[in-house]
Design a protein around this ligand. Structure first.
Ligand SMILES: Cc1cc2nc3c(=O)[nH]c(=O)nc-3n(C[C@H](O)[C@H](O)[C@H](O)COP(=O)(O)O)c2cc1C
Length: 143
């Protein structure tokens, strides 16, 4: 399975979770591409087939004002225009408050109702051990 992780981070918490998720995917035999949102926007904008090679999309963000960060939301708008179909989606987030990352996840998922939503992963800041365990289970069930 080929997967892509795209995330937003300001102070590195979500990036740390993204990196660990990438390792889990690789350990489970996935080919993984990983990008920070601001680094990939123009490439996606200029390529309508950008997501064609991927089976699993993994989108994540820190939580800002109970939602995904603005730069990720702006990128999701661009991605939504591509009308992606027949792919799986996992959302992830980190937050300051317990369970507030779920707001970031729902803010991502609601933009892609056509995708098969496999689950949400998240944690408070860098307390990501439990989140990684849950992600390992999700990924193993994908095999
Ligand atoms: C501007 C700003 C807004 C935030 N808003 C929220 C919020 O609404 N709810 C919450 O639980 N945490 C909030 N946080 C905390 C971050 O979501 C949390 O520290 C997160 O792990 C940061 O991830 P990062 O290191 O990847 O940037 C906010 C942080 C900042 C800087």
């Amino acid at each position: 399975m080929k997967s892509i992780i795209i995330y937003n981070t300001k102070s590195g918490n979500t990036e740390q979770l993204a990196n660990k998720m990438g390792e889990v995917l690789q350990k489970n035999g996935h080919e993984v591409d990983m990008y920070r949102d601001k680094d990939i926007k123009s490439q996606i904008q200029s390529n309508d087939s950008f997501f064609d090679p991927y089976d699993l999309l993994v989108f994540g963000s820190c939580t800002h004002a109970m939602a995904p960060a603005r730069t990720l939301k702006s990128l999701l708008k661009v991605i939504k225009k591509q009308n992606i179909q027949n792919k799986k989606l996992i959302c992830f987030g980190t937050s300051g408050g317990p369970d507030m990352w779920k707001k970031a996840c729902s803010g991502i998922q609601k933009r892609f109702p056509q995708l098969e939503h496999i689950g949400d992963i998240g944690c408070v800041e860098r307390e990501n051990d439990g989140a990684i365990k849950k992600f390992e289970e999700l990924v193993q069930n994908l095999q």
